[in-house]
Design a protein. Sequence first.
Length: 282
Amino acid sequence: MTNKIEARRFQRGVALVLCFFLSPSTGFGFSDVDKSAAAETVGKVTGVASVATRNGTHVRLKDVVWAKDNLTTDNSGRMSIELQDGSILNVGSDTQFRIVNHDSLTGETLVDLSSGRLRSRVVKVRGSGKFEISTPHATITALGTDFLLDVSAPSTQVIVYSGVVVVTAGGGPTDSAARLVLDVAAGQDVVVDGKGISHLELTADNTAQQTMAETTVPEPPASPITENEPTPKKSSHAGRNTLIAGLAVGAVVGAALGLRGAKSQSTTSTATPIPPPTIPAH
């Protein structure tokens, strides 16, 4: 009987200890695990210009991007993000978005774009995966495409550079009530607003180039060019030494030539035949 009582007391003590360690109010609870350890890594920052932030903190090159991070750029900011499957997101100025989820194995991706410009260069998804961007006016689905979205308060503009995207009017997931759906191919663009999807238009070349440039992260300034800088003057001692050396060489050459001329004259004078002495007549 005594052993049973002791066993029960031991079990209660163990239960109390476990409750203490697992309590959220202690430093040992699972609720205090670092967010980064539980969050899903979706990509990394490969380029940044001016001011870009992640959850209110300035973004730096090679920063890790986690699922559901709030990503923004200011009125001159740019940013590029490489997703884990190799897809590239080029972010223009005045942009707010989140990468809700991303599966590097299938390419299944969901991006929530609230405002601004976002160019997506999507690698070919595998299996049943799909790359989808949701805006306040539309949902855009791509299977391996290069396209740009320009989201403002009244509308979403879709410009396709290569491949095909499926544009569904209205925000929210595509499996909701049936809505207007349109395929937009390379070289075409449409605008989606509260009234629906506009007619397909051919994208002018200058418009395509301009919109690409608006989401490109500028290259860092090159190092100062030194070719045009004036050549530093040589030391006066070096010039003087060069002059002395030149004079010395000239003197040696001149002396050699003079000696040669003297020898030549000497040889000429000695080579002249001397007439034999004449014997006077008796």
